[in-house]
Design a protein around this ligand. Structure first.
Ligand SMILES: NC(=O)c1ccc[n+]([C@@H]2O[C@H](COP(=O)([O-])OP(=O)(O)OC[C@H]3O[C@@H](n4cnc5c(N)ncnc54)[C@H](OP(=O)(O)O)[C@@H]3O)[C@@H](O)[C@H]2O)c1
Length: 331
């Protein structure tokens, strides 16, 4: 049997993440003990939350341990199993981390149907990012037909699903994305009515022009300057779902303006973490799988090859160099 390759967190970043924060090690492929399954990974998921866990600051989840395999979402195939829920050949999604092989006691592992839907979609539109989009849009923004929903990081793993679900609900979806290529993709492929480029010097004017009727629902993935501009466009009774603040993960904190606008415009703003809402996951995944299998939901991925490129893939994700879901392919 070949060796296992693993990427460990070597030391925590003090500023921006660099490849030197990680180290790769070669270890024997483990043998499953009682109740365990051995999974050969096919794809790793790279996610913005990983940046937060590289720091030991107190947060909603425990930090990544130094000297341990980097945690992260994975899809793969069961190679050997002493757990009756899994058999060799089963496609599975789990949290196997940055390594070729992982053992699981089954608690974080789920068998998936990788025939109707490509296996890596379970890390994107029919996985955690898809459920995040579904939750924030349906449970916080709850758009009505004819309303305008503004989505930042509009072409990313979460944002691309938000825009399409908002449109399917009869809302007018408007995106914010970085650069003309992403904005064209947002409008031409994802069906946004308009898109403002936050890297353009004309960003504020583009956003204003894209929002003739203001914003009824803001799905915030970014924070920073795009968020400040978006707040200025909110209508009375707007709902703001705070999903992520990626501009602040390695940059300046995102501040709120004078709170008076929340009062006079009667705005509701709610932060959420998708893992707090496990009871809705089956419904969300069932709906999202139906949309993907029927090609009603478009999705894009940026794929890097090889485990050794996972650190750079994370760094590139944190710099916005992905279009759609950032993945590392392991075969
Ligand atoms: N609350 C939750 O439970 C939950 C769950 C999943 C994800 N999230 C959050 O949702 C957001 C989107 O996550 P995702 O997985 O879908 O990632 P993603 O959107 O696929 O990738 C991140 C995108 O953020 C955008 N971005 C804007 N300003 C940026 C900046 N200053 N630096 C870096 N990137 C910037 C980039 O797109 P542009 O170039 O188009 O700006 C980049 O491609 C993140 O904030 C993430 O933390 C939250």
């Amino acid at each position: 049997m070949p060796d296992n390759l693993q990427i460990l967190l070597d030391h925590r970043p003090s500023g921006n993440v660099s490849p030197a924060n990680f180290r790769i090690v070669r270890t024997p492929v483990p043998t499953p003990g009682p109740g365990q399954a051995l999974v050969r990974h096919r794809f790793l998921s790279l996610d913005p939350y990983m940046r937060g866990r590289l720091s030991d600051a107190k947060s909603y989840a425990k930090p990544q341990e130094v000297g341990e395999v980097m945690q992260g979402g994975t899809v793969g195939v069961v190679e050997a199993s002493n757990n009756p829920r899994f058999k060799p050949g089963d496609a599975v999604v789990g949290m196997g981390g940055w390594q070729l092989y992982a053992l699981s006691d089954g608690r974080d592992l789920r068998v998936i149907d990788a025939k109707a839907i490509p296996i890596q979609a379970y890390l994107g539109p029919v996985g955690m990012p898809g459920v995040t989009a579904w939750y924030g849009l349906n449970k916080i923004i709850a758009p009505k037909a004819g309303e305008t929903v503004l989505v930042s990081a509009a072409t990313g793993a979460v944002g691309s699903v938000v825009g399409q679900l908002a449109r399917a609900a009869g809302a007018r979806a408007v995106g914010i994305a970085g650069g003309p290529e992403k904005c064209h993709f947002a409008v031409d492929e994802l069906g946004y009515a308009a898109c403002a480029d936050h890297k353009s010097p004309e960003f504020a004017a583009q956003l204003k022009a894209a929002l003739p009727d203001g914003v009824d629902g803001l799905f915030e993935n970014v924070g920073g300057e795009p968020f400040q501009q978006a707040l200025r466009r909110l209508n009375d009774f707007a709902r703001v779902a705070i999903c992520g603040l990626i501009a602040s993960y390695e940059g300046a904190p995102t501040a709120l303006p004078d709170m008076r606008i929340f009062l006079v415009k009667r705005i509701k703003m709610e932060g959420f973490i998708v893992s707090d809402h496990m009871p809705v996951w089956p419904q969300a995944i069932s709906e999202l799988s139906g949309h993907v299998a029927a090609s009603r939901l478009k999705w894009r991925e940026t794929i890097r090859e090889g485990l050794e490129n996972a650190p750079q893939a994370l760094i590139d994700l944190l710099h916005g160099e992905n279009l759609g879901k950032m993945l590392v392919r392991l075969d």
